[in-house]
Ligand binder design. Structure first.
Ligand code: GLC
Length: 422
């Protein structure tokens, strides 16, 4: 079961770093601003990641409670963070460093799992045909020039680079390919499995790294599905089968460092998204975009520190936990791990939270942040409300009594120990 460690980990870090980090205005800047290779070259000439510290990134991931880290080996701009023999558009040419090597060593040393994000697109490669997502799409002449571009040659390059990544860096646990897209309404062809030779690429992955997880963005099913920047509302199923899934999320909407984007999600929202994902049997891959010098930005660092403090106290409600088919109360979501059910409270109610169906099924209830016991009771369902006496709850409801003051944590969690057999 190659996904076992992944299901257990539940929480990972995504790291988007490349030439666009120096441009500091979104990792799609070359496309958005239709920059030619010559214009984009300035970021290559001035690439200077003097503060890129893979050890710091790995330590930060671990301290945030994450079990794996996924780095962009190459993004759509084609810039490679490793010492590829197939191009000189690499970090080694730009600054003399193999950042993938530094990353893999640091992540392994922290005892975390290693993931590579690898772009199927390549706006730098002369054989990658211009399409609706390409920075040169506006150039009339490029329609014609596509005839001289040869996707067959590009495919050989793509497969060759993946082979380098999977043979030179020891264990790689996860490969996140990105991405496949349909034809556009203005006449450009999309790109899909046949463009990448998705079957061949997946076979290569299976041959070189049989235990490695591969995502779904080659356009053919593989090991997991990857909703992007949205939260599913139920466990993901295909043909009645639950899917392994991971929602990838940004802190501010941009994957690459975007200096002037302050659309920062709060640490509370991000923890709710994490708990929400686990409650539906999924993972969350939370992105950071190191800045032009390779440093984790102050604002990302602060959010990660807050989440890390929450994870320190609530880890067992996330790591190794998963979906519970029980319907949660309106205040939050459930995760389950062994004989424990965890209620993540997104709203703090007045004095009591009512849990349908749990009467007689819980032997102990406590707040997880400080381990403190919580009183439980079952009320008479026939009792009518009267001035200062509430009505009884529906048959089978367990009521958990809460302090008036909400614990000072991002998301309070109640740990319920279930009686044997539940
Ligand atoms: C999208 C974007 C890309 C980002 C990725 C993360 O496909 O093209 O910029 O790296 O999602 O999942």
């Amino acid at each position: 079961m190659r996904q076992q460690w992944f299901d257990e980990a539940r929480f990972g870090m995504f790291v988007h770093f490349g030439l666009y980090s120096t441009a500091a205005r979104h990792e799609w800047v070359q496309n958005y601003e239709r920059l030619s290779s010559e214009e984009y070259r300035a970021y290559f000439e001035n690439f200077d990641p003097d503060l890129f510290d893979a050890r710091e990134i790995a330590r930060r991931a671990k301290a945030t409670g994450m079990g794996y880290v996924v780095l962009t080996t190459k993004h759509h701009d084609g810039f490679c963070l490793w010492d590829s023999a197939l191009t000189d558009f690499t970090s080694v040419s730009a600054c003399g460093r193999d950042l993938v090597r530094e990353f893999v060593d640091a992540v392994h040393d922290e005892g975390l799992r290693v993931g590579f994000y690898h772009s199927l697109l390549d706006w730098h490669h002369p054989d990658f045909t211009v399409d609706a997502n390409h920075p040169l799409r506006g150039e009339e002449a490029e329609h014609g020039r596509n005839e001289r571009r040869d996707m067959g040659r590009y495919r050989a390059f793509l497969h060759g680079q993946v082979e380098e990544l999977l043979t030179r860096y020891g264990d790689v646990d996860y490969l996140f390919f990105d991405f496949t897209y349909p034809d556009s309404s203005d006449g450009w062809a999309g790109k899909g499995p046949e463009d990448w030779d998705a079957e061949g690429l997946l076979a290569l992955c299976r041959r070189l790294r049989p235990d490695m997880l591969v995502n779904d963005r080659l356009g053919i099913p593989a090991d997991l599905v990857t909703p992007e920047q949205y939260q599913p509302t139920a466990p993901l199923m295909r043909d009645g089968e639950p899917q392994v899934w991971e929602a990838c999320q940004t802190i501010n909407g941009s994957w690459g460092y975007h200096r002037d984007n302050h659309d920062q999600k709060s640490a509370t929202l991000l923890v709710q998204m994490l708990a929400d994902s686990v409650s539906m049997g999924g993972n969350m891959l939370l992105n950071i975009g190191p800045d032009g010098r390779g440093a984790i930005s102050r604002r990302d660092e602060q959010v990660l520190a807050e989440i890390g403090e929450w994870m320190r106290l609530h880890r067992r409600a996330i790591v190794g936990a998963g979906h519970s088919p029980l319907s949660p109360p309106r205040e939050g979501v459930y995760t389950r791990r062994g004989d424990r059910l965890y209620l993540h409270l997104f709203h703090w109610p007045l004095g009591v939270v009512h849990l349908p169906g749990l009467a007689g099924k819980v032997s102990f209830a406590r707040l997880l942040n400080d381990g403190s016991w919580l009183q439980t009771s079952v009320s008479d369902p026939t009792r009518q409300a009267e001035l200062m006496t509430p009505a009884g709850e529906a048959e089978g409801t367990l009521s958990v009594h809460l302090p008036i003051r909400r614990p000072d944590v991002l998301v309070p969690v109640i740990e319920l120990t279930l009686v044997p057999g539940e």
